[in-house]
Design a protein around this ligand. Structure first.
Ligand SMILES: [Zn+2]
Length: 425
């Protein structure tokens, strides 16, 4: 498009769900989850150079073709993968590669994911600390965890007594053979010990059935992570299911914050146990995640602003992304590469080559401010069955709220005269 001899380029922005719906795509969980290219999810897991081939970029024309094929084949969503996950009409006809990678949501997803990994890792240590503390009859002031320690402590007492009984029975048998204890007395003692053994075995079985370790992420080390976050002014949103918001992520990715959080975890570990193996593992978790956050933060700092990014910086950014991805694949071999990381790995720098500004300028951050208004409108149309029509109506109404003068361009609905009024005329 041209205006006043100037080329006008329209770009789109929004979170992944919004972009996918705008293009008629099924979304991030599909077999072909990327809105910019047709890479299958399985291939996304590999480094770009290790993939079977280079996958083509998505284009509006192909999206329309695939949607037509999908409808002609009956429009069954169970078969959507055969049509590259194109399941609906295009709502906002902007070429896929002109939709800005959603930098804010990519960061929020990343911080949420790596913090989640830390919690899972420290949960393993919490279990060992719980078992360790049970030997010393300690509590940590966490009701769920203390209940576990108390049950474990009772279990340890029973297990120790059962071992003693085994020894006493062995001694009794030896004494019986040596005839140092009269036969009648030995039989009576044996029966008493056997009876106690049966009672304790029953109590042990009951305790073991009750001894479920508290839910992952509820132990003292997991608690220490949240307490440390609060110290840095990061209180996770209770109403968003403990999610991080943009401002939290910005704080979290500062070196003094992520190292502070991990230091607090190690310090808490040292106050709870003197077991060198557990402390060494806590130190290893700290080292692993310091590296994860350091590498991720490097990409974040280079891209999540609104300033011009010169071409000379593009190679540095791709290098930082590649370093992070290599670390991620090596450190979390069992974790999949989600769409947000694929967008970072494959599409961030190509976007910068065309639009050389930080993702704070053209990304979805600006549109985040109208979230509340859009959500209010969306609730009004919640009963609409088609997600695409619902989105279309919501966008239309929000657009009219921003520019009410547009109402003048909407043609009036044709008025039909009722039979009654026709008779009267
Ligand atoms: Zn892609």
């Amino acid at each position: 498009m041209e205006w006043n001899k100037k080329k006008i380029v329209t770009i789109g922005s929004g979170d992944i769900d919004f972009i996918c719906k705008s293009l008629g795509l099924a979304g991030a969980s599909g077999t072909y989850p990327c809105y910019q290219c047709v890479v299958p999810k399985t291939e996304m897991q590999k480094k770009p150079k290790d993939r079977k081939k280079e996958y083509p970029e998505r284009k509006l024309e192909r999206l329309r073709e695939k949607h037509k094929e999908f409808l002609n084949a009956g429009g069954n969503r169970n078969n959507q993968a055969e049509y590259e996950n194109v399941v609906d009409d295009i709502v906002v006809p902007i070429e896929p590669k002109k939709w800005c990678p959603p930098g804010l949501h990519m960061t929020m997803g990343g911080v949420q994911r790596y913090h989640g990994h830390v919690r899972i890792d420290v949960s393993g240590l919490d279990l060992d600390i719980g078992n360790d503390l049970a030997h010393f009859h300690w509590t940590v002031g966490n009701s769920q965890f203390d209940k576990y320690i108390s049950l474990k402590k009772d279990l340890i007492i029973i297990e120790e007594r059962l071992l003693e009984i085994d020894d006493e029975i062995d001694d009794l048998l030896d004494d019986g053979c040596d005839e140092t204890v009269p036969q009648a007395q030995a039989s009576e003692l044996f029966e008493q010990l056997h009876e106690e053994q049966i009672i304790l075995e029953e109590r042990k079985a009951i305790l073991e059935s009750k001894l479920a370790f508290p839910k992952k992420g509820t132990g003292p080390l997991a608690d220490s992570l949240d307490k440390a976050l609060n110290k840095f002014g990061i209180e996770r949103q209770a109403y968003h299911g403990s999610c991080f918001v943009g401002n939290h992520c910005h704080k979290y990715l500062q070196e003094e914050v992520y190292t502070g959080v991990l230091d607090e975890m190690v310090a808490t570990c040292k106050t709870l146990t003197g077991n060198p193996d557990i402390i060494e593992r806590a130190e290893a978790i700290k080292e692993k995640y310091t590296e994860t956050f350091k590498l991720y933060s490097a990409v974040y700092k280079m891209t999540s602003h609104s300033n011009y990014i010169p071409e000379t910086e593009h190679t540095n950014i791709q290098d930082a992304i590649d370093k992070f991805m290599a670390h991620y694949r090596k450190t979390f071999p069992d974790s999949s590469i989600p769409l947000k990381l694929h967008l970072m790995e494959d599409h961030m720098v190509p976007w910068l080559k065309e639009f050389p500004f930080g993702f704070g300028l053209m990304g979805e951050q600006g549109s985040e401010s109208v979230h509340a208004q859009v959500n209010r409108i969306k609730r009004r149309y919640a009963a609409m069955k088609s997600a695409t029509k619902r989105l279309h109506t919501t966008i239309q109404e929000q657009h009219l709220k921003c520019a009410p003068e547009l109402k003048g361009y909407i043609p009036d609905k044709k008025k039909y005269k009722s039979k009654k009024s026709k008779k009267g005329t």
